[in-house]
Design a protein around this ligand. Structure first.
Ligand code: ADP
Ligand code: ZN
Length: 201
C-alpha cells in the first residue's frame, strides 16, 4: 500500500457572493502557475457578470483566462491530457455529472479546485455544491459582510426592483433584472417562505 503524497484531490471554495471565492480561486491558480504546474481553468457559461465570459473575474477586478462551459461533459472534452490542476469557477450552475467528473480527475492525479455559491437566493442548497463539498478533501467556506448590519454574511439577498424577491421566483433568472446583496441570516428576507416558517413556530 502506497502512503506517500500522491497527487489528486478535490478542494471546494464555497460561500455567498462577494465572499472572495474568485479571489481565492485566482490565488490558488497563480501559485500553481508559479510552481510551473499545467493548469486548465473553466467557468460556467451562465455567469456573464462582467461580460468577461472568457475570464474568471473577482469583484475587485483580478482576472484569469478561462474556458467557458455549459456542462460537466464539456470539461471532460476540453481538459488537457497532461493537466495537473483543473480550476472551475461558478460550479453551482453545472449539472450533477460534475461530481463524477471531478472524482475521475482526482483519481487520475489531478488537483481539482472548484469555487461556487453554495446556497441560492432562498438560502437553500444550490445545484451540485452540496455533493461536491461532500466528496472534497478540503472545503473552505467563506463569508462576506452583511450590507444591512455589518455582521458576517452567509446569504445571497436577491432584490427585484429594489425589493426582496419572493420564494417562488426562479433560481436562475435570465436578463439581469435582479441585483444581489450579501446579508446575514437575520437580515436575509424571502417573502412567503418567511411567512410559512413563522406559521410553523
Ligand atoms: P465572490 O467570487 O465570492 O463573489 P469576489 O472574489 O469576486 O467574491 O469578490 C470579493 C471582493 O468583493 C472583496 O474582496 C471585497 O473587496 C468586495 N466586496 C464587495 N461587497 C462586499 C461585501 N458585502 N462583503 C465583502 N466583500 C465585498
Ligand atoms: Zn445582517
Amino acid at each position: 500500500m502506497f502512503h506517500g503524497s500522491r497527487p489528486g484531490s478535490i478542494e471546494v471554495i464555497s460561500g455567498v457572493m462577494f465572499s472572495g471565492k474568485s479571489e481565492e480561486l485566482i490565488r490558488r491558480v497563480r501559485r500553481a502557475i508559479i510552481a510551473r504546474r499545467k493548469v486548465d481553468v473553466f467557468k460556467s457559461h451562465l455567469d456573464a457578470r462582467y461580460a468577461g465570459l472568457y475570464h474568471v473575474t473577482s469583484h475587485d477586478g483580478l482576472e484569469l483566462d478561462a474556458i467557458p462551459v455549459d456542462t460537466a461533459a464539456e470539461i471532460v472534452r476540453q481538459v488537457h491530457a497532461d493537466s495537473e490542476m483543473v480550476a472551475i469557477d461558478e460550479a453551482q450552475f453545472l449539472d450533477d455529472d460534475i461530481v463524477t467528473v471531478c472524482t475521475g480527475l482526482a483519481n487520475r492525479g489531478v488537483r481539482v479546485v472548484l469555487a461556487g455559491t453554495d446556497t441560492d437566493f432562498r438560502g437553500e442548497p444550490f445545484g451540485p455544491m452540496g455533493s461536491l463539498m461532500a466528496v472534497a478533501e478540503q472545503v473552505t467556506k467563506l463569508r462576506a459582510i452583511c450590507v444591512v448590519c455589518g455582521d458576517e454574511a452567509c446569504r445571497n439577498q436577491r432584490l427585484l426592483d429594489g425589493k426582496p424577491a419572493r420564494y417562488d421566483s426562479p433560481t436562475i433568472m435570465v436578463g439581469g433584472r435582479e441585483s444581489y446583496e450579501a446579508r446575514c441570516r437575520h437580515c436575509h428576507r424571502v417573502p412567503s417562505a418567511d411567512e410559512d416558517q413563522r406559521a410553523l413556530l
